[in-house]
Design a protein around this ligand. Structure first.
Ligand code: ADP
Ligand code: MG
Length: 698
């Protein structure tokens, strides 16, 4: 290939799509197919069906079309003799040369029958010699970009197929594929060029055996890569922390106004088994996800896990995704642990100058046992003297990239400060999330995580009654708020924040605040929104927490994790704009005290049936797992994975929701393969995941 051809726009577009070598081209699979394997007489075609018609051109305008203008030429079907008009709405000049009178052409497209005869509008046309053979297989249509013509892409993929390394990675008999799966090369070739006898439906809905093989391989790669990460982790060393309960934990438990629930005790035992295993066991870094519904009491578990680090002389870093959440966490930990002599440092984007320097010094010297904050905690300059444990609250809110940075931080080796001669120790990692990850997702994306579940809520909670109402009843709802305020309750009013129109939403929230202040006077109404500076936000939250503000109008900055037990009524405007899990998180802000709680979901406009069903689901259940399951059905896995933030597409072919059987089969086989053929496993991972492996590990 000449240098000029290499630089052609189409060639560049090919590279831009990531189709850089034979393998990537072979794995660029068709979206759909066109059947050009047989000629159809125009009268035999059915409406909506695209067919291949062979014509001899009979009447062609002498003038080539002006670009973009309509143009029509007439041909005669070589099989049936029928006349067919080829109509081009936006023609290009080259058509005149292609369609010479007397020329044979094959036109592919839909045939329309009208009283004036047969029409084909914008068919794909190609000049042919009489008797030219038809393709033996269906013609693939690939996903492509504007600057990459379908034909160019077809040719490059067809050229790549014979060269693509599609050998089986696992060759020996005891590594055999699950029954019924095709050899890889055969599967790939079938998908690119299926025989016309293959089931088109199965090809299109990806249930065809050839698709099964592709998906299975991809899922297997994902399992292998996660298990590989797990193996690596198990080979590294982490500090031995104190058991639970330790003296520090005991002192804390004595001061708490409640006793731990059995679920909290159980989860602590699971964490302790990682952090402080029996003496003859090596300590390897914990990698655990603590999953507990909103309000299930994860914070106190985090504090007690921190005690395991502190009591053994190690530091603990705690991170929350937003300033407000981090601030709350900080407040709780200061309240609980400072009286016991633990110094707690605070780091966030808004801590600057001398205060920041002091915090950094406290972390680096080891003076601060706990360092709490936003992702500022994992920034470059932050050093720890002896970092033993990292806890991330609401982990699903962090992007994949941030999780990767954090992993690096945890293994930077600062933690080995105690003894510079020994190998660096990796810090333990505890992630917490209120968004329950459905089983199939947990098994596929988080296979490298150990899972602890805080099931059930602490005692004394009252259920939340949820109502779904049309926005026209807004006034009625406002009128009822006074009654609730008189009973001493506090109220959240949530205004949606849609990224594209942040400014508008802000005006909206401001207007709502003004309206409620007037209608509910003299009750104090506060406003909280994303554009406010951190100290301002903190002041508003503090006022609401102290009961000085009785109503809090907020854009979704109140988010997850805010804890104001006296707030027992929540109104969400334009609830239809939220994801179900997000609504569940929001709703979890109420029902934290003993007062009966309610959540009103106001929706705008007439709802679609699906939209109504979604909101009804919120009214029907308070079970976070059930809601997550429905949300996954409706919105796909992005919400759970934070994948949207990274832009990385984690699985291209398989879909864990529908390919559960293949996932089970892959999981089952992964351990055996890793033990028997580690090198082949690496080759398999590289083939399917390539550069995406890092993301899958995160
Ligand atoms: P989340 O899991 O959503 O982070 P929190 O840790 O904020 O929940 O706990 C919610 C509320 O429950 C807090 O007010 C907390 O003090 C309280 N709580 C936690 N554990 C218990 C318990 N064992 N008994 C009673 N209340 C508890
Ligand atoms: Mg929380």
């Amino acid at each position: 290939m000449s240098a000029a051809a290499k630089a052609s726009p189409a060639a560049r577009a090919l590279i831009k799509l990531g189709l850089v070598d034979a393998l990537s081209r072979a794995l660029h699979l068709p979206l759909r197919y066109e059947d050009e394997t047989r000629l159809t007489p125009p009268l035999d075609s059915r409406p909506g069906e695209s067919v291949l018609v062979e014509l001899e051109m009979v009447q062609v305008p002498a003038q080539p079309p002006r670009p973009g203008q309509p143009w029509t030429a007439l041909g005669r079907c070589v099989i049936s003799g029928q006349r067919v008009q080829l109509r081009f709405v936006h023609a290009h000049a080259g058509l005149r040369k292609l369609l010479e009178p007397g020329q044979r052409v094959r036109a592919f497209g839909e045939v329309r029958h009208s009283f004036s005869g047969c029409d084909m509008v914008h068919p794909q046309v190609r000049a042919v010699q009489p008797g030219e053979p038809l393709p033996a297989t269906l013609t693939p249509v690939y996903p492509t970009s504007a600057s990459l013509p379908q034909n160019y892409l077809r040719k490059s993929i067809a050229a790549a197929l014979p060269r693509a390394p599609l050998h089986e990675c696992f060759a020996s008999a005891d590594q055999a594929l699950p029954r019924g799966l095709l050899p890889l090369r055969q599967a790939v070739l079938t998908l690119h060029h299926p025989a016309p006898t293959e089931s088109l439906d199965a090809l299109l809905d990806r249930t065809h055996p050839a698709w099964q093989r592709i998906k299975y391989d991809e899922l297997l790669a994902q399992q292998l890569s996660q298990k590989r990460a797990q193996q690596l982790r198990r080979q590294s060393a982490a500090p031995r922390l104190a058991p639970h309960p330790n003296p520090l934990a005991q002192a804390l438990l004595q001061h708490l106004p409640f006793a731990l629930t059995p679920a909290q005790e159980r989860v602590l035992a699971e964490i302790q088994a990682d952090l402080s295993p029996p003496a003859r066991h090596a300590v390897t870094p914990m990698h655990r996800l603590l999953q507990g519904d909103v309000g299930s009491g994860k914070t106190v578990v985090a504090a007690l896990a921190a005690c395991m680090a502190l009591a053994a002389g190690w530091q603990c870093a705690l991170m929350a995704p937003t300033e407000i959440l981090a601030e709350q966490l900080f407040g709780k930990l200061v309240e609980w642990l400072e009286p016991l002599g633990v110094q707690v440092a605070w780091l966030s984007g808004s801590v600057k100058g001398r205060r920041r320097a002091a915090m950094l010094e406290a972390a680096a010297s080891g003076q601060a046992g706990l360092v709490v904050g936003t992702h500022a905690v994992i920034e470059q300059q932050v050093r720890f003297a002896r970092l033993g444990l990292v806890i991330i609250d609401e982990q699903h809110r962090f992007g994949v990239q941030q999780r990767l940075t954090l992993k690096d931080k945890a293994s930077e080796g600062d933690g080995a400060g105690a003894d510079p001669r020994s190998a660096p120790l990796e810090a333990h990692l505890l992630m917490m999330s209120a968004t329950p990850i459905p089983r199939t997702l947990a098994m596929s994306y988080f296979a490298d995580l150990d899972l602890s579940v805080l099931d059930g809520l602490p005692p004394g909670r009252s259920p939340i009654v949820t109502r779904v109402l049309g926005a026209q009843r807004r006034d009625e709802v406002i009128a009822r708020m006074s009654g609730a305020l008189e009973q001493g309750r506090q109220i959240y009013w949530v205004c949606p924040l849609v990224e594209e129109s942040e400014k508008l939403d802000l005006e909206n929230a401001t207007a709502t605040h003004a309206l409620l202040s007037e209608r509910l006077a003299p009750w104090p109404v506060a406003l909280l929104h994303g554009r406010m500076k951190a100290p301002e936000k903190a002041a508003v939250m503090a006022a609401f927490k102290a009961g000085e503000a009785r109503v809090l109008v907020a854009t979704t900055v109140i988010e997850v994790g805010v804890d104001v037990p006296n707030a027992s009524l929540m109104i969400v405007e334009h609830a239809e704009r939220f994801g179900l899990s997000q609504l569940h998180q929001l709703r979890g802000r109420v029902g934290r005290g003993s007062a009966a709680s309610a959540c009103v979901l106001l929706h705008g406009g007439p709802l679609s049936q699906a939209g109504r069903a979604r909101l009804q689901a919120m009214a029907q259940t308070q079970d976070g797992f059930e809601i997550a399951r429905r949300d996954l059905e409706i919105r796909g896995p992005g919400e759970f994975l934070g994948a949207r933030q990274s832009g990385a597409q984690l699985l291209r072919f398989a879909d864990v929701q529908h390919d559960g059987d293949l996932l089970d089969a892959a999981r089952e086989r992964a351990d055996r393969l890793l033990a028997q053929a580690p090198e082949a496993c690496d080759a398999h991972i590289a083939r399917w995941l390539g550069h995406r492996t890092e993301f899958i590990k995160a």
